[in-house]
Design a protein around this ligand. Structure first.
Ligand SMILES: Cc1cc2nc3c(=O)[nH]c(=O)nc-3n(C[C@H](O)[C@H](O)[C@H](O)COP(=O)(O)OP(=O)(O)OC[C@H]3O[C@@H](n4cnc5c(N)ncnc54)[C@H](O)[C@@H]3O)c2cc1C
Length: 485
């Protein structure tokens, strides 16, 4: 008999939600263990620098999680409320609102609260254990192995299901020996190098394009944050989460173009210094930020892993590359996926079938709820990353209609209806190319979305589905590269 019904590897944001969802959907009848490498006094931290994140999440995603798991978030894990996100063009002449009402979280205090709730639901925790391997038995995953980070004492535990929620740096995915459906590696260009500070400041100029206590601000700018964006997210009237993300190869190209040799931290310092609303900034020393005021980490910006399950194994959150390709928002999809994964795991165990086929419903339910849109957004992101600041200014000013803004607000690929209008005059060869690129990604997005809605109902149909997906993605990437060069 296995030691546990479910072992959740990684007790971060996604991991604790999975554990709570399993408990909820099994009436707390299953034995659940969460294993995390962080020490007990730093639960859920991503690395030694802390819980590095922009901290923003939409209310819709939190409500979804609460409804499915019965867990409600409040103070102190919700630090501040906002009315949405506002994305500014490089020239600041155009802004697009998206995501709607949302929260700024305290990522250091959130796991403490989550763990108290988990304990109340009978979920066990083991801190300070770094997992390095998966145990296999009978062609399926049967447990985890690693070592205590302090004593180096080996750790092994068996389970009917292992949920991999170990985040962006997951080692476990690479140790899978029972499936060829789950992708193991990610393309370097699908990763953003990011960093941020949590700071107090004195109010400088009143300028809502620099700081707004009611809106999370995003600055698109290929010089300041090549292939990514800068952000100024309010945590109060004089407190801010400020940082940026870049794509490393595009940063290299930007440095060559500008005769510079900047790294991510240099860009962040420059971005903070340039902000006219943020005067005399200093790192927060609040108790809830004590180990978390500054740091860099990585985040993926592609579609989720093509397959999220194997026999006895499920992937969730950043270890499944779930952050949204357009803005790297990973908290929302982690909440959605965590709630679904927990329910599917509980159902599979109740049916006595934790095989690949028994867990397959998780693939379909996540795709139907969220994952249907991510491949189209991945292409859209590639296109945007290849643009100049002038093209972004022009495109945001002339190509986005009300319906497009609404689609972006829902996190979906816009239709760019205006581009189909007869007689629309587009000035400049580069902008004509951009229009062509947008028409192309819109067309591809329609195909990709319907392909995801036809995600196979069982493992049998997967090989054919994946071959078609990769055929279209490869061809699309080639066409996009040709358009924009
Ligand atoms: C700079 C930055 C800004 C971001 N801003 C936003 C934002 O504003 N909004 C948003 O929605 N998303 C944002 N994201 C993404 C968001 O932070 C992640 O999507 C989210 O934290 C994912 O949660 P997770 O539980 O999957 O992974 P994590 O939060 O990384 O948790 C993983 C857990 O697993 C543990 N672990 C890792 N390896 C092992 C191991 N080998 N053994 C045992 N335990 C292990 C870790 O200690 C950690 O507790 C940002 C990311 C970065 C880097």
């Amino acid at each position: 008999m296995a030691d546990y019904d479910v072992i959740v590897a990684g007790g971060g944001l996604a991991g604790t939600v999975v554990a709570q969802s399993v408990a909820r959907h099994s009436g707390q009848s299953l034995r659940v263990l969460v294993v995390d490498r962080s020490p007990r006094h730093m639960p859920g931290s991503k690395n030694v620098a802390g819980w590095i994140c922009g901290d923003a999440v939409s209310r819709e995603a939190v409500d979804y999680m609460s409804e499915k798991t019965g867990v409600r978030w409040g103070s102190p894990e919700i630090e501040h409320t906002v009315k949405g996100v506002m994305a500014f063009s490089p020239d600041r002449q155009t802004s697009i609102p998206f995501d709607g009402d949302g929260y700024m979280l305290n990522r250091q205090l959130l796991p403490e609260r989550q763990n108290e709730r988990c304990a109340g639901m009978g979920i066990e925790f083991r801190f300070g254990v770094s997992l390095t391997d998966l145990l296999h038995e009978g062609g399926a995953v049967a447990g985890v192995a690693g070592a205590d980070t302090a004593t180096r004492e080996p750790f092994r535990a068996t389970a009917r299901i292992v949920v991999d929620a170990t985040g962006m740096t997951s080692m476990l995915r690479g140790r899978l020996r029972c499936t060829d459906k789950i992708e193991r590696r990610i393309d370097r260009r699908d990763v953003e190098s990011t960093g941020r500070h949590i700071m107090y400041f004195e109010q400088g100029e009143e300028d809502a394009s620099e700081f707004d206590p009611d809106y999370c601000i995003i600055h698109l700018d290929q010089d300041a944050a090549p292939g990514g964006y800068g952000w100024v997210f309010p945590k109060g009237r004089n407190k801010v989460n400020i940082g940026l993300g870049v794509e490393k190869t595009l940063l290299g190209a930007r440095n060559r173009r500008m005769g510079r040799s900047d790294g991510v931290s240099d860009l962040i310092s420059e971005y903070v210094a340039r902000n006219r609303a943020v005067r005399n900034p200093r790192l927060s020393a609040d108790p809830g930020d004590s180990s978390n005021a500054t740091g860099n980490f990585q985040v993926s910006v592609r579609r989720q892993n093509d397959c999220l399950v194997a026999g006895g194994y499920m992937l969730v959150g950043d270890s499944a590359w779930m952050p949204k390709p357009l803005d790297a928002g990973g908290i929302g999809p982690a909440l959605v996926a965590g709630a679904i994964a927990g329910r599917c795991a509980a159902r599979a165990l109740e049916a006595g079938d934790a095989s690949e086929a028994g867990l397959w419903a998780y693939n379909r339910e996540f795709v139907n709820e969220y994952g249907y849109k991510t491949a189209g957004l991945e292409l859209f992101r590639r296109l945007i990353q290849s643009l100049t600041n002038e093209q972004i200014n022009y495109g945001m000013r002339h190509f986005l209609g009300n319906l497009d803004v609404e689609s972006i607000s829902k996190g979906e690929h816009p239709d760019f209806g205006a581009l189909g209008r007869l007689g629309m005059i587009i000035r400049g060869a580069l902008n004509k190319k951009l229009a062509e690129g947008l028409r192309f990604t819109t067309r591809q997005n329609r195909w990709l979305t319907s392909h995801y809605y036809a995600y196979p109902e069982s493992p049998e149909g997967f090989a054919e589905w994946r071959a078609k997906l990769h055929g279209v993605l490869d061809e699309s990437n080639e066409r996009l590269a040709a358009f924009m060069n």
